[in-house]
Write a protein that binds this ligand. Structure first.
Ligand SMILES: [Zn+2]
Length: 469
């Protein structure tokens, strides 16, 4: 397939990204797409009535999550749920509502994970599902934040460029529906001929810049924070700053909030010509499912092929399952989107884990998780069950009041770790004798904690509760 040579650089610094990355957006339209936009803009100019669908259009979406050949580097389901939830808010003014038309699929491919062009043309294109908006999330590569190729008609977004509240996906979907940059003609640091520079007074807005008359003149082709720190001067000497609010400029993500009215009409026209949308989809928020197994506080859950099961929720498209050691949701052991009402999972060690599940509908990924249940894995049967009788470690009182002392007995020599229920290690101390050991609770917050003892030949873990006085 012929590769067109329009290169637009998109320098992007994104909020919440761990690295201060400067990545580019690469998009290119086919000559046919460019012509279609110009024809539509001439209609706008001549005041021809434009008949568009007034009702919300439900737009089918196909999500591909790309990792390396070992299956590492997947976009998290948590971020995907947020991204889809946010994109529907951002496109509400357009009258578009995206829905998951198919389950998410995974692609393990080193080259595509780096967004190599050859892999995009081969691997990504081969996985494309016709008749829907295909979006690929990939993890690596240091050049492209977002890619839209008109000849393939697919969007690629780098994982770190679509963290919560980012606007990369909205920008790339704008390209998908035919929108150019507001600074068209200035990409890559070019300066258009004077006659082709959009004037502030709008006198050449249809023929210069992006061809829209309700997007202000914009000459900035590098990433900028708003308001722009310097002034621009148009060909007749007017001094101004560009509009930072439009998704199709290169202002920082936090500046973006809208598409213009003419941009919205152009996208509606593009969607109409695609004939891929439908007029209804189930898009209500769903209540969380009832969990069946494992039971809350189950103290002896096997680590191999552990069954997680919940009740079906009517109209659910999929279920989002999360499992985290100590309930630390920042470090997930399992983060999966499932169409079944169960999953078999391998865990490890002798630990407290927490789990939660939510149901999503095809058109609404904004639903919340249900209650959090805790259970304890038992990898080696020696862990707790074989410590019996007089040598059984114990801690008392439990619950313990905040002004009281927690006493641990029969531990032996070893290390004691105390964790908050949410997983954070709060305190470590050494037991140098086998005698009782006391911990003053004054200054500790009320709540649920775990105490872990690691000795030379045994390990012990127990939950305890600190109460108000
Ligand atoms: Zn772009």
């Amino acid at each position: 397939m012929q590769k067109l040579k329009f290169i637009f650089l998109f320098f992007s610094v994104l909020p919440l990204s761990l690295l201060a990355q400067e990545l580019s957006c690469y998009h290119k339209f086919t000559p046919k797409q460019i012509q279609n936009l110009q024809v539509f803009q001439q209609k706008l100019q001549s005041g021809n009535p434009i008949s568009l669908q007034k009702s919300t259009q439900f737009v089918p979406l196909k999500v591909h999550i790309v990792g390396n050949s070992a299956g590492v580097g997947y976009y998290s389901i948590n971020n995907l749920m947020l991204a889809l939830c946010e994109i529907n808010e951002r496109f509400a003014s357009v009258g578009f509502h995206f829905y998951l038309a198919q389950p998410v699929t995974y692609i393990n491919d080193d080259a595509l994970n780096r967004a190599d062009f050859d892999a995009i043309y081969d691997v990504a294109y081969a996985a494309k599902v016709p008749g829907m908006v295909n979006v690929y999330f990939h993890n690596a590569g240091n050049v492209w934040c977002g890619v839209y190729f008109g000849d393939l008609d697919i969007v690629l977004v780098k994982n770190s460029c679509q963290m919560p509240m980012a606007t990369t996906l909205a920008h790339e979907l704008g390209h998908f529906f035919g929108l150019p940059h507001t600074f068209l003609g200035w990409e890559g640091g070019n300066t258009p001929a004077s006659a082709d520079i959009e004037r502030l007074d709008g006198s050449n807005c249809r023929s210069a810049g992006d061809g829209f008359c309700d997007t202000k003149a914009d000459y900035v082709s590098q990433r900028w924070s708003c308001p722009l720190s310097y002034n621009l001067t148009d060909p007749i000497g007017q001094i101004f700053k560009p509009d930072s609010s439009l998704y199709m400029n290169y202002a920082s993500d936090n500046c973006h909030s809208r598409f213009s009215a003419e941009q919205i009409l152009a996208m509606q026209n593009d969607l109409l010509n695609r004939r891929i949308s439908k007029t209804s989809a189930f898009n209500s928020v769903l209540t969380p499912p009832q969990k069946i197994t494992p039971l809350n506080l189950d103290s002896n859950v096997n680590t191999k092929n552990t069954l997680f099961k919940w009740n079906a929720v009517p109209n659910a498209f999929a279920y989002h399952l999360q499992i985290a050691r100590f309930g630390d949701w920042n470090f997930l052991n399992v983060d999966r989107l499932l169409t079944d009402t169960f999953a078999q999972v391998n865990l490890f060690g002798n630990w407290p884990f927490a789990w939660r599940v939510k149901a999503i509908s095809e058109g609404n990924t904004c639903s919340v998780f249900g209650s959090i249940d805790t259970f304890y894995t038992s990898e080696q049967q020696t862990a707790v069950s074989e410590i019996t009788g007089a040598n059984m470690p114990s801690l008392f009182p439990n619950p313990v009041r905040k002004d009281d002392v927690l006493t641990l007995t029969n531990l032996g020599i070893g290390t004691i770790n105390i964790y908050h229920a949410q997983g954070k290690l709060l305190h470590t101390l050494q037991a140098y004798t086998s005698g009782p050991l006391s911990i003053q609770m004054l200054g500790w917050e009320q709540g649920v904690y775990f105490v872990e003892f690691i000795g030379s030949s045994r390990r012990f873990i127990q939950r305890f509760v600190i109460q108000e006085n």
